[in-house]
Design a protein around this ligand. Structure first.
Ligand SMILES: NC(=O)C1=CN([C@@H]2O[C@H](COP(=O)(O)OP(=O)(O)OC[C@H]3O[C@@H](n4cnc5c(N)ncnc54)[C@H](O)[C@@H]3O)[C@@H](O)[C@H]2O)[C@@H](O)CC1
Ligand SMILES: [K+]
Length: 501
């Protein structure tokens, strides 16, 4: 698990590393610049390309100066350095690096307050104006310069953070920040890189290790954590010898309505392909033929109109409710019936969530440890409108703690909020998965893992990781634009086997 830090914590971790490794801060800057240059050269190997490096006067600018020197040493022959002298103070390491670059042949242009910009012809711009030291929205000269750079057709590579983009905290709607093609960021992704507001400013990012103390970083006990493959490999367990279907639990999927049977089928498919020993789908009578022909492995418990089904609660280790269920009075009654009788944590998705949003008294019977899997709109229906994702994160955390539940907030980097107040960001998945029914498969998968004996937290973290990884395995090597949920469900056994190897 990779802890994600706020910019204040990053400063602490930098200072701790400098004091304890020990390493002089100028040498840490040298390390950061070298790590940046390593990646830069891989992406832009043409030494004849024109590259302009825009530097501020703090340590982000200091990085830029060191990067320019190193690119010069690597034979980049069309470099230009522009120093935006918009602050009154410069950092000590900036000054040292300025002296070092002045001893080379790299041309240095000074840009003073209020001055017009000279024409820019470089195809690549390196943004080293401001980094994690950003303490207010851009205005004046910085804003003018960033808008000017954004209007060029050059490719922008940002050092650590695009200038003007806050590493953490709320991103406001009319934020002005550098729009970067690539951000090479030090040590760890910044929290806001993982939220949808980053889409406008960051096309892709790459974290490079600069040797910041890992033990100190962990000791900060950040609520924000980034899931890595090794975390999931530790969780998933291969099936043992002498096991049988009873070993892997019986799941019940309560889903579907006459016209939304697909959701029930996909949810049941996610459940059965992820390894639930037995799966029963509680579906409307009208969907029975569809179920039997789509997946004969699944047993049916049919619902007839508003008559409550006869559920033998003790048979089931895990129950999911919601996909395609509808939000009518019968669905509401069914949810209330399940909530008050099962007695164990539930997985609640889609219409199950919409029903909870409309009938707050149902929360009373929600068992601790239950999992809710809303997408953004369902989340806002549950907890009210949010103006940005940072605010949504804070609500998810508070609600998960208050209600002792898991909230899986679906997104590019799906976020799991836990009753212990952690926010885990998933690192798998891709845009080809953005298609109806994908969430139903996830719900089935989470339910399946609980039936197999994984804790709710393990099920959430492993479930979202496996789901995204199956999508990556299908879409990325084949450059597929869309992955259909039914196909993704079929991929689950293979994805899981690879993680267990
Ligand atoms: N501290 C360290 O040990 C390391 C820092 N590194 C670099 O240092 C950066 C952080 O450096 P700094 O803390 O010096 O800060 P920056 O270089 O990001 O900013 C410089 C100064 O600009 C001013 N400023 C902030 N927002 C402004 C705004 N909107 N308008 C005008 N001025 C503004 C602030 O006074 C700030 O201190 C990181 O992003 C990274 O690039 C790396 O060299 C790795 C090691
Ligand atoms: K920057």
């Amino acid at each position: 698990m990779l802890p994600l830090l706020t910019s204040a914590q990053i400063r602490e971790a930098d200072a701790f590393t400098i004091a304890s490794e020990p390493v002089a801060s100028i040498d840490l800057m040298e390390r950061a610049a070298r790590a940046f240059v390593g990646w830069f050269i891989n992406h832009f190997p043409d030494r004849n390309e024109e590259v302009s490096i825009y530097c501020g006067m703090g340590n982000n600018g200091g990085d830029g100066l060191a990067i320019a020197r190193m690119l010069h040493e690597h034979g980049y022959s069309h470099l230009k350095l522009i120093i935006a002298r918009y602050n009154d103070k410069s950092s000590a390491d900036f000054i040292i690096n300025l002296q070092r670059i002045q001893a080379t042949a790299v041309p240095v242009v000074q840009l003073n307050k209020g001055e017009d910009f000279s024409p820019e012809s470089s195809t690549i711009i390196i943004d080293a104006l401001l980094g994690s030291g950003l303490n207010k929205a851009l205005d004046g000269d910085f804003k003018r310069l960033v808008e000017h750079l954004n209007n060029l057709s050059s490719t922008v590579v940002a050092v650590d953070i695009p200038t003007g983009f806050f590493a953490d905290g709320e991103i406001h709607q009319n934020t002005v920040a550098i729009r970067a093609e690539l951000v090479i960021t030090f040590q760890q992704a910044k929290i806001n890189f993982l939220l949808p507001e980053a889409a406008e400013f960051i096309r892709c990012w790459q974290a490079v290790n600069i040797g910041i103390s890992e033990s100190f970083t962990r000791s900060l006990n950040s609520p924000y954590q980034f899931i890595e493959e090794q975390d999931i490999k530790r969780v998933v367990k291969p099936r043992g010898r002498f096991s049988n279907k009873g070993t892997y639990g019986h799941s019940l999927i309560i889903a579907g309505a006459a016209k939304t049977m697909g959701a029930a089928l996909l949810c049941a498919a996610g459940c059965v392909y992820a390894g639930s020993g037995l799966t029963t789908a509680c579906i409307p009578l009208s969907g029975l033929t569809a179920l039997n022909s789509y997946l004969p492995e699944i047993m049916a418990l049919t619902r007839d109109g508003d008559i409550l089904p006869d559920i033998d609660w003790a048979r089931y280790k895990a129950i999911a409710i919601g996909p395609g269920l509808g939000t009518g009075a019968d669905a509401c009654e069914l949810l209330a019936f399940v909530l008050s009788n099962f007695g164990k944590p539930l997985v609640i998705d889609a219409d199950g969530i919409n029903l909870l949003a409309n009938r707050y008294e149902l929360w009373e019977s929600l068992t601790e440890g239950s999992i809710l899997t809303p997408h953004m709109k369902e989340f806002d229906r549950l907890f009210g409108d949010h103006h940005n994702w940072w605010a949504r994160l804070q609500t998810a955390r508070q609600q998960a703690i208050k209600r002792k539940i898991y909230i899986v907030l679906k997104n590019d980097y799906t976020i799991t909020a836990t009753p212990q107040g952690k926010l885990y960001f998933n690192s798998t998945g891709n845009a080809a998965m953005a298609t109806g029914g994908m969430g139903d498969v996830l719900t089935g998968l989470l339910t399946s893992l609980i039936a197999q004996g994984y804790t709710a937290e393990e099920a959430c973290l492993a479930g979202i990781y496996i789901h995204g990884k199956a999508g990556d395995e299908l879409a990325l090597p084949n450059r597929m634009n869309v992955v259909l949920p039914g196909r993704l469900a079929q991929q689950l056994p293979l994805t899981m086997a690879k993680l267990m190897a």
